[in-house]
Ligand binder design. Structure first.
Ligand code: 6PG
Length: 467
């Protein structure tokens, strides 16, 4: 019984994570069926006392100190169940399995119940930050048994990203809380990616910005209030030359975005909860529309589009910065709102301030804004929506005007800005004390006797509407 930490699945993420564990003074043992991956890790680790690997599940389990702490970094879905069943005969009561993949939260609940019967603790822990994050410090979102977390905590705190010295990991809640939070993280990720992409489209079509200018623009934004991982990598993407030909790589990439499902799950579950997250919804829809490349090409020939009126570059860039900031805020607001509601629905007891806090570094949606969001939820743990936080009032007021102008420009000039316009519509609807949905209630009652409530009297009403 020697190694402190075990890891199953030595793909890029697994290999990087285990090397990170070893770098932080813990001994680590890897397991993968693929001998090549096993050997690659042993070679890269350099010292078998600190980091070792085996293709044998029995050897792996025997080589871990108890309670065993075994993290799985394998593809979400059936593989997780198979790996768990392969491990089970070699485990003892009190051992801990941590699923670090993007598993669907109800799968995590099912697995936790299954393993609880056998005396094994199960964690669903979202890990964000890609391959680099896994190696240098990811944001980790664990959910499961609070007691068992104490065994994992020192390792996770050591390997996680740090924001001003504070680890980007915290115990988030029972059951599938960790996977749920990671799912919403990814929904927000989809929203922010859609927004950065459509602003790029706008700058290019309306302002004729070259890739060099786009690079400089996003880089300068990244030095200000929009500072974030996604804006930063976007600025770098515009610089990348094509190694297979002339020009910039970004112009050669097929405009069809793939997805593995987490953004879609966020939207689907938001619908189930009855929480509006339209910026995330439309980000998913845009990936779907992007997949219809051939149809889009045909339709483009049929309909064409207006030639964008020219604008002053500098003004456009400034407005775009404001609008992107506005829409980023709205996207986080929607995601946090979903988390607040899911917490009640599923009994997660989430602390939104803690979640925003561990998103400040390491993860894909890390951004300067998250420090403000952390403060807003720390100041008021019961905050219903970020838009109701006094600290966000000025930020939103100051940027909504530019957003209106750009959304109007996009509509007039045939440039699709679905993320931006949905963020604005969400804002306008959320801040309307009176919406025209009284008419929908009247229609429902008219054709289906579905009843309605009144502004001026208590009770449930139905009217015999006159034909
Ligand atoms: C992260 C990411 C990651 C996710 C990719 C791909 O936080 O590191 O969210 O977990 O797998 O972003 O997602 P799509 O293939 O759905 O775009």
């Amino acid at each position: 019984n020697t190694y402190d930490f075990g890891l199953v699945g030595l793909g890029v993420m697994g290999r990087n994570f285990i090397l990170n564990v070893a770098d932080n003074g813990f001994t680590a043992f890897g397991n993968d069926l693929d001998e090549e991956k096993v050997n690659a890790l042993i070679e890269e680790g350099g010292n078998e006392e600190k980091v070792n690997a085996t293709s044998s599940v029995a050897t792996f389990a025997q080589g871990l100190s108890t309670p065993r702490k075994i993290m799985l970094l394998v593809p979400a879905g059936k593989v997780v169940d198979i790996v768990i069943d392969n491990l089970l005969p070699h485990l003892d009561k009190g051992d801990i399995i941590i699923d670090g993949g993007n598993s669907f939260f109800t799968d995590t609940d099912r697995r936790e119940a299954y393993l609880q019967e056998k005396g094994i603790n199960f964690f669903g822990a979202g890990v964000s930050g890609g391959a680099k994050g896994a190696r240098k410090g990811p944001s980790i979102m664990p959910g499961g048994s609070r007691d068992a977390y104490q065994h994992v905590k020192p390792i996770f705190e050591a390997v996680s990203a740090k924001y001003k010295g504070e680890p980007c990991v915290a115990y988030l809640g029972p059951k599938s809380a960790g996977n749920y939070v990671k799912m919403v993280h990814n929904g927000i990720e989809y929203g922010l990616m859609q927004l950065t992409s459509e602003i790029y489209d706008l700058l290019k079509k309306a302002g004729d910005l070259t890739n060099e200018e786009l690079h400089r623009t996003y880089a300068s934004w990244n030095a200000g209030r929009l500072q974030s991982f996604l804006v930063e990598i976007t600025s770098e993407i515009f610089e990348q030359k094509d190694d297979l030909g002339d020009g910039h790589l970004v112009d050669k990439i097929l405009d069809k975005a793939k997805q593995k499902g987490t953004g879609k799950w966020t939207s689907q579950n938001a619908m189930d909860l009855g929480i509006p997250v339209p910026t995330i919804d439309v980000a998913v829809s845009m990936r779907e529309i992007s997949a219809l490349k051939e149809e889009r090409v045909k339709a483009d020939e049929l309909y064409g589009r207006p030639i964008p009126e020219s604008v002053v570059k500098k003004t456009l860039v400034n407005k775009a910065e404001s609008a992107l900031y506005f829409a980023f805020i709205i996207t986080y607001a929607q995601g946090m709102h979903q988390l607040a509601d899911a917490s009640k629905e599923y009994g997660y007891e989430l602390e939104l301030g803690e979640i925003a806090k561990i998103w400040r570094a390491g993860c894909i949606i890390r951004a300067a804004l998250l420090a403000d969001i952390t403060q807003a939820f720390k100041a008021d743990a019961g905050l219903q929506n970020l838009l109701l936080s006094p600290s966000f009032l000025d930020k939103v007021q100051e940027t909504v005007g530019a957003t209106r102008e750009l959304v109007a420009y996009g509509a007039t000039n045939g440039i699709p800005l679905p993320g931006l316009s949905n963020a604005l519509t969400y804002f306008d609807a959320y801040t309307s004390s009176r919406l025209p949905l009284n008419l929908i209630q009247a229609q429902r009652d008219y054709f289906g006797s579905h009843t309605y409530e009144r502004l001026d009297k208590e009770g449930i009403f139905h009217t015999e509407w006159e034909d």
